[in-house]
Design a protein around this ligand. Structure first.
Ligand code: SAM
Length: 264
């Protein structure tokens, strides 16, 4: 069946367009193993939305548990119906969905907390960001790791739209507003369909474009002992290649992606 604005499910399109659960899990598993010489088992997915990463996590090993935290009950319910339902019962039992504010959850203690797709950018004030990072710090086991992602570069400060074609639909990333005085930005995701219909503003983000320097300062301010930045490499056309390496310096490219690690 051809997708149209009427028949499409925005969460399905979102997951296809912007989520790569296997890559996220591979990344933090590699970093954790390198640091602590063993594999983590307890993972918390903050701002989990439909809990796609949590589902990948519990599939990998029998003793893996995932704790997915999100404020929005309808999105968690969608994740339960469409993602958790694909797991066998014994695997599904190890995904624990929590409807709560990430500022309030510190139990159980976990080996890894992840905040992906820049969700923590909703904390626009430094004291809010530090309060969130303190909550994460308190949630970590002694051998723990906090992993966040970030995007930036001068193109991220421009008002522009970028289209990516997928099978049956087009994903549109719309950087609608950027205020250089305080780095606040409003971005939308739209989806376009072959029949000309459109899901306009399927998702809207009103957040602050934090810099890597600011994020690392906030982590240290919140009590983390050290931070590391893993910078994405590029292919011969200058596009991101999905390979992240620990860096102290990087080229000031127009647009970039990175992971930040907070260590206790
Ligand atoms: C950008 S989506 C991220 C979805 C998914 N984690 C991903 O990687 O694509 C942001 C999610 O954060 C949730 N959210 C926003 N503020 C929150 C808060 N203070 N505590 C918990 N969840 C929150 C929203 O309900 C939404 O599902």
């Amino acid at each position: 069946m051809k997708l149209t604005a009427k028949t499409a499910d925005k969460h399905v399109l979102y997951q296809k367009s912007v989520q790569s659960p296997e890559a996220e899990v591979d990344f933090f598993t590699r970093i954790y193993k390198k640091r602590y010489g063993k594999l983590p088992t307890r993972f918390r997915e903050d701002f989990c939305g439909t809990a796609l990463i949590s589902c990948d996590w519990v599939r990998r090993k029998k003793d893996n548990h995932a704790y997915g935290v999100d404020l929005h009950q309808p999105t968690l319910d969608w994740g339960r119906r469409h993602n958790l339902s694909r797991l066998t019962e014994s695997v599904r039992e190890r995904v624990h969905l929590v409807q709560d504010n990430v500022l309030h959850v510190t139990e159980p203690k976990v080996h890894v907390v992840g905040a992906f797709n820049f969700s923590y950018f909703i904390f626009k004030e430094l004291r809010e960001l530090e309060a969130y990072f303190k909550t994460v710090r308190r949630s970590l086991a002694p051998e723990g790791l906090f992993v966040l992602d970030a995007y930036g570069g001068y193109e991220a400060q421009q008002e522009m739209e970028e289209e990516t074609t997928h099978n049956g639909f087009t994903y549109v990333w719309d950087q609608a507003k950027y205020n250089p005085i305080n780095d606040h930005t409003v971005c939308h995701i739209h989806f376009k369909f072959p029949d000309g219909s459109m899901l306009k503003r399927a998702f809207t983000y009103d957040w602050r474009l934090w810099t890597l320097g600011g994020i690392q300062d906030a982590l240290i301010g919140a009590g983390f002992g050290a931070t590391e930045v893993y910078w994405e490499g590029s292919d011969k056309d200058g596009d991101g290649n999905g390979v992240y390496r620990k860096c102290k310096k990087a080229e000031n490219t127009p647009g970039w992606n990175a992971y930040i690690i907070g260590l206790p």
